[in-house]
Design a protein around this ligand. Structure first.
Ligand code: PMP
Length: 376
């Protein structure tokens, strides 16, 4: 009997394939593309981390770990956070399968069907879809044109169903960062309105102006999510973590027990070794890359200077259609992401500048040329 197509669960119909992965796959099929589509650092994992992982594998650390993550890693992370935040003795840490895993656990544990979670627009695309998966609704807050996620903008989006807001500083896809006043106001709003702040700080080590500011400095109604994918150049190892109030995080242990079980064991040992390393050398590199892209594009595109992460989010010149622009880029083997993949608007491009300088220089040339050519 011919097999009937499987009927897909309703919640899955709400998901669309990521507009970013599409470019990743396209890039794999091209001979020599300039791929500025995917968000991963261009440096490799340091040898010390590779050696720690190998040693863990060879010494038999290949079994399940405790769900919450190995004790020395959690202790090291807690020590780190204790230097930054007050009241951390009331907080706990869970080690997760990437920040993606931490996002999934927090959404599952916080949001009921019908609840709303406020997110910035433009956004990291996973926020929207995770909300759908748990039956909640992501409510995007327009942050154009300066990409500031302010308490004023968030407050206007609060309804009786709002449970949480996602703050992402430095931001994917805009490179915007929070300043102290902004973080303090968001914290106050969360406290006043009984909202939880889900603070995605995965790009915390990529800051080019000032210091990294977290909403957690101003409220404990906050979950801090971070990980090793970007900072240690190891997105394929799936390592992340989440800090939050002890009772909540302990509930997340249970959710993890029945979903991901634990983060990969050798990778946990490797990250423990990585926490002692100094990655600041990469920062100077990335600041230079940012300048290359920002200075290269700013007279042809409206572009807010990115202050962190490794993305630029320029607006297309007036009258230029996004589809046509992206098609012209692909023709020149340049892959950038249409802003519509991470926003309700189709007026911008996301450029990841985590790439070699010569490729960036060539990309800038192509983008400049197309900005003039397609305007005509
Ligand atoms: N948050 C943001 C803002 C991201 O850009 C990414 C990766 N692109 C993630 C979370 C997920 O990262 P990972 O699961 O690799 O830690």
């Amino acid at each position: 009997m011919p097999r009937q197509p499987f009927e897909i669960a309703d919640r899955i119909h709400l998901l669309q394939p990521s507009g970013i992965r599409k470019f990743f796959e396209l890039g794999q099929s091209m001979k020599n593309p300039i791929d500025l589509s995917i968000g991963q650092a261009d440096f490799d994992v340091p040898d010390e981390i590779k050696q720690a992982a190998t040693a863990a594998i060879l010494s038999g650390r290949n079994r399940y770990t405790v769900t919450q993550g190995i004790e020395p890693l959690r202790a090291a992370l807690k020590r780190r956070y204790a230097l930054r935040f007050k009241g951390v003795e009331h907080d706990e840490v869970i080690v997760t399968s990437g920040v993606a895993g931490a996002l999934m656990l927090s959404f599952l544990a916080l949001l009921n069907p019908g609840d709303e979670v406020i997110i910035p627009d433009p956004y990291f695309v996973m926020y929207r879809h995770l909300a759908s998966l748990v039956g909640a609704r992501a409510v995007p807050v327009n942050t154009y044109p300066d990409f500031r996620f302010t308490a004023e903008r968030v407050e206007a989006a609060i309804t009786p169903r709002t449970r949480a807001m996602v703050v992402n500083s430095p931001s994917n896809p805009t490179g915007a960062t929070l300043d102290e006043a902004q973080a303090r106001d968001l914290a106050r709003l969360a406290d006043e309105r009984g909202l939880v702040v889900i603070s995605d700080e995965i790009y915390e080590d990529f800051i080019y102006e000032g210091r990294h500011v977290s909403v957690r400095e101003f409220t404990s109604n906050c979950l801090v999510l971070s990980g090793a994918s970007k900072s240690m150049g190891m997105p394929g190892w799936r390592m992340g973590w989440m800090l939050g109030p002890r009772d909540f995080i302990e509930r997340c242990y249970i959710v993890q027990q029945f979903t991901f079980v634990c983060a990969p064991s050798p990778a946990q040992h490797a990250v423990l070794a990585g926490l002692n390393l100094d990655f600041s050398g990469h920062l100077a590199d990335y600041r230079r890359k940012r300048e290359l892209v920002y200075e290269g594009l700013r007279d042809r595109f409206a572009l807010t200077q990115p202050r962190g992460a490794f993305y630029a989010f320029p607006a297309l010149p007036e009258g230029v259609k996004l589809d046509a622009f992206i098609a012209a880029c692909i023709e020149r083997e340049l892959l950038v992401v249409p802003g519509s993949a991470c926003s309700s608007r189709d007026t911008h491009l996301r450029i990841s500048y985590a790439a070699q300088d010569d490729k960036l220089a060539r990309a800038v040339e192509i983008l400049r040329e197309l900005a003039v050519k397609l305007k005509r």
